[in-house]
Design a protein around this ligand. Sequence first.
Ligand SMILES: [Zn+2]
Length: 240
Amino acid sequence: MLNLDGSRANAAADEVLFFEAMAADSAHFAVLYERVLLAARHMGIGPERMPDFVERHPGGGIVLLGQDDLPQQPLVESVERLAAKIRARQLAASDAQTTRIAEQTIRLGQHRFAREVLTNYWHQCAFCEFAPRSLPRKRLLIASHIKPWAACSDPERLDASNGIAACPMHDAAFDAGLITVNGGLRVHRARRLQRSREIDPGVEHSFGPALRSTLRVPGHAAPAAPYLQWHQQHVYADDV
Ligand SMILES: [Zn+2]
């Protein structure tokens, strides 16, 4: 159970096969997950030892967060790399099973990252405080990687301090390099965006006073400086 997200390196062969079977059948996974978690809580095993990393629908089933943010080709390459590592450990699974295990491991990792980031930001855009709590799971709030997923090492992809919760408008502007955040969490607008504000009321509406001057981080995991520096150097485009 502790390895259902595939995060433990030394899983036994049977555990890998079990995980693959569960991954292929999300209904059974959900039922088992809930039972094991409930039993653990009854035994006094709290969230610090066994975190509840899966968001479950009230009617059953599991919804993995952040899956649309996984870039297709880098995802395929990462799955192949991880599958090769699993095969190298000579665990008793077919090639197809191993590929499914690798993909599900990466998808569960992305889910954990998104959930941690959204929780850390209290489900609120860090740039404008937009908080669509009455419309959950509609992609109105995105757990964005500061250093993009495709450019990250495996640990960086899972690091909540590499995440910012943002509404689609500010997420897109951040990913496009129109805004960035410095080490003191001040928000900067690129010159191109500043010029657009002057001539375009729609841009002014979303990137004028509505854009906070400092990032709002209500939780404990503030963005780490190396990720912000990476964004400033490789994504932010102030010279166009
Ligand atoms: Zn926003």
